[in-house]
Design a protein around this ligand. Structure first.
Ligand code: CDP
Ligand code: CDP
Length: 214
């Protein structure tokens, strides 16, 4: 008899749509581990920039990434990101240079292959709420629990600027949707929740209501 794998709730969507806030609360509610895969791409980007690499230079990114180790230890129900043994915080992960470069680093196929493998391996932690751009389409395409969180471009831009970040969300979305390897799409079978005009609590309620967990 084959063991049934733990459930993975996949949450995808464009920048600043509310994915992280919603995913964190859903994970807390269910007692599942929360994984923010954007932070893994952000950590890789931070390390590549620290190495002095031009984010437009895919070949240099590939070479630098090969020497960077990433780990995802769990702290208080959430995965953290450590680069070569040091934990990164919000200041590094959400810095302006990382916001500008992350979609360029994330479109390099070898970077994606490696992080997708790391993300799949996190199933060893047990039930997960994993959030990103390609979780329902590529990382866990067989999950029966797929959500796509959306919000209008205006709402997303204003949410991000209210957080005090300089972030060209429309430009990141453009690159994320147009890249060749695992672009941002609504995954097959995903339930789409537009949370432009509802509160965070209402959005969490809609996600929990849409899931049919055993
Ligand atoms: O928080 P926000 O929605 O602004 O972004 P994020 O989830 O932290 O992701 C940052 C960037 O990482 C995205 O714009 C994508 O370029 C990339 N990313 C990805 O390609 N695939 C994922 N599964 C998660 C993030
Ligand atoms: O992870 P992602 O970039 O998709 O978005 P986020 O960082 O979770 O949300 C961006 C901001 O929008 C946060 O300050 C949330 O509290 C806020 N938000 C909101 O005000 N109402 C919602 N329905 C969803 C998010």
């Amino acid at each position: 008899m084959t063991a049934v794998p733990p459930p993975v709730i996949t949450i995808d969507g464009p920048a600043a749509s509310g994915k992280s806030s919603i995913a964190r609360r859903v994970a807390q509610h269910l007692g599942f581990t929360y994984v923010n895969t954007g932070n893994m791409y952000r950590a890789m980007t931070w390390a590549v920039l620290e190495a002095g690499v031009d984010p437009q230079d895919a070949e240099a990114i590939r070479a630098a990434a090969a020497g960077i180790t990433l780990e995802s230890p769990v702290v208080e129900g959430k995965t953290q990101v450590c680069v070569c043994g040091s934990a990164l915080g919000d200041d590094e992960l959400n810095s302006d240079p990382v916001n500008r470069a992350v979609s360029l680093v994330a479109r390099v196929p070898e970077v994606r292959e490696r992080l997708v493998a790391d993300q799949r391996a996190l199933i060893a932690l047990g039930p997960l709420v994993m959030e990103g751009r390609d979780i329902g389409s590529v990382v866990f395409p067989d999950s029966p629990h797929k959500i796509y969180i959306d919000a209008t471009e205006e709402v997303r831009a204003s949410r991000r600027s209210a957080q005090g970040h300089a972030d060209q969300v429309a430009e990141r979305d453009r690159i994320d949707k147009q890249r060749t390897t695992s672009p941002l799409i609504v995954p097959q079978g995903a339930i789409v929740i537009d949370n432009s005009h509802i509160t965070l609590d209402e959005a969490v309620g809609q996600v929990l209501a849409a899931l049919h967990l055993p």
